[in-house]
Every structure is written in C-alpha cells, then in structure tokens.
Design a protein around this ligand. Structure first.
Ligand SMILES: Cc1ncc(COP(=O)(O)O)c(C=O)c1O
Length: 355
C-alpha cells in the first residue's frame, strides 16, 4: 500500500529556525541518558535528578531546586506557591505566562494579572510603583512581580542587572515577591557576561529551561529557598508533575549544563549574522542592532506579503521554517543550526521577498 502523502506542514525543514525547542539530543547527550543512574525521584532516591537539582541550585545561588517536566510548570507552580485565589501578579504585557500558558495563572493559581508596559519586555521599579493598588478590602491583593529574562516577545532582550535590582527594590518597598522566568537566562548570562547567580540574587524564585538553547528533550528546574521548594514539591504532585525514574531525562540536563552552555555564544553570533543578512533585503524591517541573544523578530509587510504567507512560502519553496507570531516573523538560532544554514535562510528570505 502506498504511504499516505505527508502534508507539507509535516515534512522536515532543511533549516529550522522555528524555535530553540526543536533541537534533538546530541550523541553525547543520548549516551548520558542511556547510562543514567536512576531511582524514585519522589523519594529523592534518583541520584541523577538530585545531582541536576543541586547543580541548578548552585548555579542560581539558591538553597534548593526542583526538576519539573516543563518551563510552563516552573512558572505555574511558582505562581501557585506565592499566590492565593484572587491575588494579583504584576508582569509585562508581553509576558509568556500571559499569552502562551493557556490561562494557567488564572486556572491553576486563581490569580489576576496586572500588566505594565515595558520596553522590549523590560520594565522598571517606577512602572511597578505605578501599578500598585491601594491596600483595602476592595482591591485584589498584590503578591508577586514576574519578570522574564531574556524576554521572548521582547526579542530575546536581556534585562540590565541594575533594572532587575530596581524592580527587586520596588518589590521590597511594596511587600511583593519577585519571580524570574529564566527560560533563556543562560543565553542572557553568556551574552552579557553577568553570572546567573547575580541575575538571580534578588529573586525569590527563578528557573531555567533545559529544552531550549541547552538542547535537552524535556524539563525545567525551579529554584528558591528550601521552604519555597518544599511547597513547590507539594504542587508538583498536585499538578501531576511528580515522576519516578526521572534521572533518564535529568541526565540530559546534567550533560547540557556541562557541555552546552558556552556554545550559546555561537547561537548569538548566528542570530546577529542572520539579522544583518536580512536587513539588506528590500521590504524587510529588522532592528539588527537589537539582537542581544538568539532571537530575531522581523517585519515583512513592505514586501507586500503578510507574515503568515511569507512564513508558508519560506517553508514550501525553500524548506526554511520561520514562524509567524503576531504580525512579525521570528527566527531562533540553536544547537541544530550552523553557519551554512544561516546563509541558506538569508537567501530564502531574499528570494521570497523578491516575489
Ligand atoms: C519565556 C518563556 N517562558 C516559559 C516558556 C515555557 O517553557 P516550556 O516550553 O518548557 O513549557 C517558554 C517557552 O517557549 C518561554 O519562551
């Protein structure tokens, strides 16, 4: 029987700049997974999970950490620990948790969200001051500030350390906790030279994703005080995220922290090269001087083709996958993209823009 035709959307791209989540484990990582020592993580008997948690707690300068199946669960569990139903979280209007976590803050933590308008996803202590409500029985209780470093919809922008400190000071002024979504914190660390410890120092909770630039198949690690992590474990069970021999996947995280951090700098160089290459294409608008890390957002309206159609043509005609997001296109560099792929992608953008 003939194999069913594979829809174009399911054929593998030649160059995949859709996201840094598309990476497949390297040979070294697969070996580490195969050889992992495992046990029951729920009883803290999985040596590989324990090791990963210790490594991340140390990296972020916190007392403890917990391995979770996803970055989304890291955010949602932190929100659940810090907030009660009816409480409010202050975050940027571009925040991942606001747009891409299926309403999790409301559904799982029962929270309201109050947005502030930052610049490229980055806001200040005075933005927080302006968002503070009067403390009376009519207003929702404000409990938490959530910041995203690097800021995804902000174009992979890195928070200046003094701005983190400024927001942390505002949090203390108003009796709020500070949470950092560090899905791509290590991109910010490698690009800025500021340590993860320094970025995390003023945060009450902070996490890193393993399944993005670090190239793991699964997982995130959430860190904070020992008391915070104890509570986080309770919700890990409640949310269905408690696992058993999770060392099989945690081994990838240990391997990635040992082998895949420094190469993030190559991803950043390639993102800059891509931005410079497409900046020269007629009809393409990109802020090539604002590429902090591994993301390049660009606009193509002036080519006469809208973003979704442009994205479709890139894939259908050139096998280059770049997603359309809110009227823009977003290209993300990662472990499975090399210099030649970037040149292929630039040529594809040029060809599609030429019509
Ligand atoms: C900034 C940010 N936070 C959180 C997440 C969620 O992470 P995960 O996909 O591991 O659930 C993402 C994923 O793209 C993200 O970009």
């Amino acid at each position: 029987m003939a194999a069913p035709a594979v829809p174009a959307s399911l054929t593998r791209p030649k160059v995949d700049l859709y996201s840094d989540t598309v990476t497949r484990p390297t040979a070294g990582m697969r070996k580490a997974i195969a050889e992992a020592e495992v046990g029951n993580e729920q009883a803290h008997e999985d040596p590989t999970v324990n090791r990963l948690q210790d490594m991340v707690a140390e990296l972020l300068g916190k007392e403890a950490a917990v391995f979770l199946p996803s970055g989304t669960m890291c955010n949602e569990i932190a929100y659940r620990v810090w907030c009660d139903h009816g409480d409010e979280i202050i975050l940027d209007e571009t925040g991942h948790a606001l747009h891409f976590e299926a309403g999790g803050p409301a559904a799982l933590a029962g929270t309201m969200t109050r947005t502030v308008r930052g610049v490229r996803g980055i806001f200040t202590g005075s933005d927080v001051d302006a968002a503070i409500r009067p403390k009376n029985r009519h207003a929702p209780r404000q409990k938490l500030i959530s910041i995203e470093n690097t800021a995804n919809l902000g174009g992979g922008a890195i928070w200046p350390l003094e701005t983190v400190k400024d927001v942390a000071a505002a949090a203390r002024r108003h009796g709020l906790k500070l949470h950092m979504d560090g899905a791509r914190l290590l991109n910010g660390v490698v690009a800025s030279g500021i340590s993860a410890n320094a970025f995390a120092a003023d945060c009450d909770s902070v996490w890193i994703d393993l399944s993005k630039g670090l190239g793991c198949p699964v997982g995130g690690v959430l860190a904070g005080s020992a008391d915070f992590i104890e509570e986080a474990w309770r919700f890990k069970h409640q949310f269905g995220g408690a696992m058993r021999q999770a060392g099989i996947v945690a081994a990838a995280g240990v391997y990635a922290l040992e082998h895949h951090v420094e190469q993030l700098a190559d991803d950043h160089t390639r993102a800059r090269r891509f931005a410079e290459g497409i900046a020269a294409v007629k009809g393409v608008r990109v802020a090539a001087n604002e590429i902090d890390t591994n993301m390049v957002y660009f606009q193509v309206d002036d080519t006469g083709i809208d973003a979704p159609a442009f994205s479709k043509r890139l894939m259908a005609k050139h096998g280059v996958r770049i997603g359309a997001l809110g009227g823009r296109l977003r290209a993300v560099t990662h472990l499975d993209v090399d210099d030649a792929d970037i040149e292929t992608a630039i040529a594809a953008v040029r060809a599609v823009a030429a019509g």
